[in-house]
Design a protein around this ligand. Structure first.
Ligand code: FES
Length: 572
C-alpha cells in the first residue's frame, strides 16, 4: 500500500458498505452537522488523541494543549480532528498501569488505522502512555508526532523543595521510621504534586519524554517544558504544524526509525540517569519497529556514557532545572561525539542537523554537565546475568549509594507484592546483610507492577537502615532509588530460578562483573523445580489474554501477536 496518496482526508479507509461511493456519501452526510466545508474534509486531516481523564491528573492540562495543537494544524492548512483515547494514570490503576500498556498500544493503533486521518498527534505523558503511543504509532505506521504533556512544577514544605515522586518515597521512609508523624506526612502529601503535569524528577515519564524526542518522534525541544507553561503551548503549536508537514511528506515512523535511533535513545537514557522502566519500554518499542534490541545493547552503550544530568533520583535537581539549562537539545550537543548523527527525525532533518546550531551547556547552570566534567561515572544502568537471572536482570547503579553493589547474603523471600507485610513483623529475623527476594512480580504473575522497591523491614527502618539488596521480577518506579535488582528473567511464575529461592539461600550480587547468582547446588534446585507449581492464570478478560500472550521482560513484555510483527497499512 506504499503507493497510496499521502492525503486522503475523510475518504481514507472507508467504512465497508459494499459500495465505496455510498460509503463516502454517507460519511460526509454524517459529519455535515459539524459544519465543516467540503474542502476542509479533503485533508490533511490531523487526528489528535485526547488522553485527558479525571483519573489521570498528570494529563489535566491536555485540553489546553489540544487547543494549541489545533492552532498549529490550522495555521499549516490542516484540519484537526480530536478523538478520545485510552488514558493510563499511574497511581489509579489496579493492579498496575503496566498491565494496560499493551492494551492502550493496541487501542491507539487501531484508532489510528480505523479512523480517517492523514497524520496523528498523540498526547501522552504519565508513565505508560508515551511507550504505548510509540508502540501504536510504529505499528500503525501513519505519519505521527508524539507530544508529552510536560512535567509538574516543584512544591515545597518547611522551606524544602519537593517533587513527585522521589521525595514521596523519601518522606514516606521518614514516616515509616517515625521521623515524621501523621500530621506532618499529610502536610507533605499535599505539597508533592502542586500543579498538573507528569512527575518532575527524571522518573519514567520524564525519561520517556526525552526518549521520544531523541527518537525523532517528538519535535525538537518537546521533552522538557513544564505542563502549565507557555513553552509547552508553543511546542504544542509546533507539533500541530509538523504533523501537517509529515502528512504532506508522507513521513512515517518507518521512514526514519532505525537501530541508530534506538542506540541514540539508550545513550540519552544513560546520560540522564533515566528510569529502568525505559529498558522494558524501549525493548518493546524497538521490536515494533523491527529493530532487534537486546539487553546487552543497554549494558554496552551505557558503559560508554557518564551521568550528565543532575536530576533526581540520580542527582538533586528537577525537570524545570533541566528545561532552563537547555533541555534535550543541549544534552544532545554534549553527547554529539557519541551519537549517530545520521539518525532521522519527524521534521525531515537528521539528529546532527537538529543540533548544529545548539549552544553547549552554559556556565550559569549546573544541571547539564559536559563529558569532561560529568556528574557521575559511566554505567548509570547495568544488566546482570547469572544463575538467578539466566536471561538477565537490570539495576540502576546511579541511583544507589554504591555500598552494596558487591554483596553476598542470605535471602528472605516474600511470595509476591501482596506478601510484603511479613517484613514488618517485629519478630522477623532480619539484618541489614539479608537480601530481600520477591517472587511473582513478573509480567505473567502480576502484570509487572512497580513493586520491586521492596520496603525495608520496619524494625531496620526504625534503626536508620535506608538501603538493602532487593531482588524481584517486578519493576520499580523511575523515581525510586536503592540497590534494587529488577526485571529478573525468566520470571518466577514461568519456572525461572527466582521461583525456587527459599529463606536462607545465599545470593551473590556482583554489579561490577554483571553477575547475580543463587548459590544453591544444582541437585537441590532440580528437587525444587520438580515440586514447583506455577500460580493460576486470571480467569477471564484482558488479564487472561495478557497472561497467555505476554512476552518476558527481557523482550519488552509486549504481546506475542503484536511484537516484531510486520507493519500493516490501512486499507484505502
Ligand atoms: Fe503520572 Fe508520575 S504519576 S507521571
Amino acid at each position: 500500500m506504499g503507493d497510496e496518496p499521502n492525503i486522503q482526508g475523510i475518504d481514507r479507509g472507508l467504512t465497508s458498505y459494499g459500495d465505496p461511493g455510498f460509503s463516502s456519501y454517507l460519511r460526509r452526510a454524517s459529519i455535515a452537522s459539524s459544519g465543516y466545508r467540503a474542502e476542509e474534509l479533503d485533508g490533511p486531516l490531523i487526528g489528535i488523541a485526547d488522553t485527558s481523564s479525571d483519573y489521570n491528573a498528570c494529563h489535566k492540562q491536555v485540553p489546553e494543549i489540544i487547543e494549541a495543537v489545533k492552532r498549529g494544524v490550522l495555521a499549516a492548512g490542516g484540519t484537526p480532528m480530536v478523538f478520545p483515547s485510552m488514558s493510563l494514570g499511574e497511581p489509579y490503576l489496579n493492579p498496575t498501569a503496566m498491565l494496560f500498556r499493551n492494551l492502550m498500544a493496541m487501542e491507539t493503533e487501531e484508532l489510528i488505522r480505523a479512523q480517517p486521518m492523514d497524520a496523528v498527534v498523540l498526547i501522552g505523558g504519565c508513565d505508560k502512555t508515551l511507550p504505548a503511543q510509540l508502540m501504536a504509532a510504529i505499528s500503525a505506521d501513519r505519519p505521527a508526532v508524539l507530544l508529552p504533556v510536560g512535567s509538574m512544577i516543584t512544591g515545597s514544605w518547611r522551606g524544602e523543595r519537593l517533587g513527585a515522586c522521589t521525595d514521596c518515597r523519601r518522606m514516606w521512609g521518614k514516616h515509616r521510621s517515625g521521623e515524621l508523624d501523621e500530621e506532618e506526612i499529610c502536610d507533605v502529601r499535599d505539597q508533592l504534586v502542586p500543579t498538573p503535569g507528569t512527575c518532575m524528577v527524571m522518573g519514567t515519564a520524564s525519561t520517556m519524554a526525552c526518549i521520544t524526542e531523541v527518537l525523532g518522534m517528538g519535535v525538537v525541544g518537546s521533552a522538557s517544558p513544564q505542563s502549565v507553561t507557555g513553552d509547552r503551548g508553543r511546542v504544542a503549536v509546533e507539533t500541530g504544524r509538523r504533523a501537517v508537514q509529515a502528512a504532506h511528506d508522507g513521513r512515517r515512523p518507518s521512514s526514519f526509525l532505525t537501530r541508530a535511533s534506538f542506540e541514540n535513545a539508550i545513550r540519552v537514557l544513560a546520560a540522564i540517569g533515566g528510569s529502568t522502566n525505559a529498558i522494558v519500554h524501549l525493548l518493546a518499542v524497538a521490536r515494533r519497529a523491527g529493530v532487534d534490541l537486546q539487553l546487552t545493547d543497554f549494558s554496552r552503550l551505557a558503559a560508554e556514557v557518564p551521568l550528565l544530568v543532575d536530576c533526581k533520583p540520580a542527582g538533586v535537581g528537577y525537570m524545570e532545572d533541566f528545561h532552563r539549562a537547555g533541555g534535550l537539545p543541549t544534552l544532545l550537543k554534549v553527547l554529539e561525539p557519541l551519537l549517530d548523527l545520521d539518525a532521522g527525525r519527524i521534521e525531515g532533518v537528521t539528529v546532527g542537523e537538529s543540533i548544529a546550531d545548539v549552544a553547549p551547556p552554559q556556565d550559569w547552570q549546573t544541571t547539564i554537565r559536559t563529558l569532561e566534567d560529568p556528574l557521575g561515572p559511566k554505567g548509570t544502568l547495568a544488566v546482570l546475568r547469572g544463575s538467578l537471572a539466566p536471561d538477565g536482570a537490570v539495576i540502576k547503579p546511579a541511583a544507589t549509594s554504591g555500598e552494596l553493589l558487591t554483596h553476598r547474603g542470605p535471602a528472605i523471600v516474600v511470595d509476591g507484592p501482596h506478601d510484603t507485610g511479613k517484613l514488618d513483623d517485629p519478630s522477623l529475623d532480619v539484618t541489614v546483610d539479608h537480601v530481600l527476594v520477591m517472587k511473582n512480580g513478573g509480567p505473567i504473575a502480576a502484570g509487572m507492577p512497580e513493586a520491586g522497591y521492596i520496603p525495608i523491614p520496619r524494625k531496620l527502618a526504625q534503626q536508620g537502615v535506608t538501603d538493602m539488596v532487593r531482588i524481584s521480577d517486578a519493576r520499580m518506579s523511575g523515581t525510586a532509588y536503592g540497590t534494587v535488582i529488577l526485571h529478573v528473567s525468566p520470571e518466577s511464575a514461568s519456572g525461572g530460578p527466582l521461583g525456587l529461592v527459599r529463606d536462607g539461600d545465599i545470593v551473590e550480587l556482583d554489579v561490577p562483573n554483571g553477575r547475580l547468582d543463587l548459590l544453591v547446588d544444582e541437585e537441590e534446585l532440580a528437587r525444587r523445580r520438580a515440586e514447583f507449581v506455577p500460580p493460576p492464570l486470571p480467569e477471564r478478560g484482558w488479564a487472561r489474554l495478557y497472561a497467555e500472550h505476554v512476552e518476558p521482560a527481557h523482550l519488552g513484555a509486549d504481546l506475542d501477536f503484536l511484537s516484531g510483527m510486520p507493519r500493516t497499512e490501512p486499507s484505502a
